[in-house]
Design a protein around this ligand. Sequence first.
Ligand SMILES: CC(C)(COP(=O)(O)OP(=O)(O)OC[C@H]1O[C@@H](n2cnc3c(N)ncnc32)[C@H](O)[C@@H]1OP(=O)(O)O)[C@@H](O)C(=O)NCCC(=O)NCCS
Length: 279
Amino acid sequence: MVIIREARRSDRREVAEFTSRTWKWGDYIMSVWDQWISDEKGKLLVAEEGGKVIGLMRLAIRPEGEAYLAGARVHPDFRRRGVATALTKKCIEYARSMGAKFVSLATSSKNLPAISLVEKLGFTLAQEMIKVDAWPKKSAEPSGVRIMRAEEAREAIKWVKSRMKCRPVKFRFFEWSTLRLEDLVKYSEEGFAAVHGRIDGIALYQLYSTQNMYLMVDFLIGDEGASKELGLFLRKEASFFNCKGVWGYVTSDKGLISGLKKAGFRIKKEGMRIYEMKL
Ligand SMILES: CC(C)(COP(=O)(O)OP(=O)(O)OC[C@H]1O[C@@H](n2cnc3c(N)ncnc32)[C@H](O)[C@@H]1OP(=O)(O)O)[C@@H](O)C(=O)NCCC(=O)NCCS
């Protein structure tokens, strides 16, 4: 019988054993384990059968009634037996009891098992994000782009909300969350928020490294002209910071994609799907 319970520190090795080969390149679970297990606002759940840990799922609780599911993993020998379904249902139950109004999650547009799982559970597709990437470009000459000042954050978030038909979401190390005023303040204070013109385009980014340094686009919005200039700016920044490349996910907006193409970005086939469920 499968038991769903909160993760313990002693589960780490067994989780490492079945997650070490999740994808060709491995998995990121071990890099976030300490942070996930000590997150007092959320929950880290495991599925156990016969004393063996066979599944994992994280529930994150964000401000204003937002819940987020991440890290759905089931041991390859125990798949198609309802383990992920049981973990998801338990997370949803916790989210509800913690006062969440909706729960969201993200999955690759190519991950058919995950897509089929969440649609079966009643999640609906909220938006599709498109993966883009580019090489650094030292000689890029973006025009009208500057680093945003923290004092502009309030106006910037107002502009973002008026421009977007769907919930603005930002990326941060494999998790997506609603873009809020506090995020814009933080990115601009840290010097990683770029704005085009008065405010008709915004890019939030960060540096991250595995074996190589990359510039990761956490959020980008703007019409064709603004996106092109922001794209060029990001390529220049990538060169300045000695990155191997720039990549990220952007909302599937025609003008935005066309602007990034003009800035030399490639549009990848695999994207991300954001699913939501009202609680
Ligand atoms: C996706 C994953 C978590 C599903 O776990 P699971 O315990 O096998 O899922 P369940 O048994 O609860 O499946 C419930 C439903 O999801 C769908 N589903 C699950 N795996 C599927 C597959 N390989 N192909 C098609 N549909 C699938 C089916 O509709 C299934 O219902 P059914 O078995 O009655 O047809 C598991 O395959 C896994 O760990 N994959 C690798 C990591 C991953 O991709 N995680 C998701 C990242 S967002």
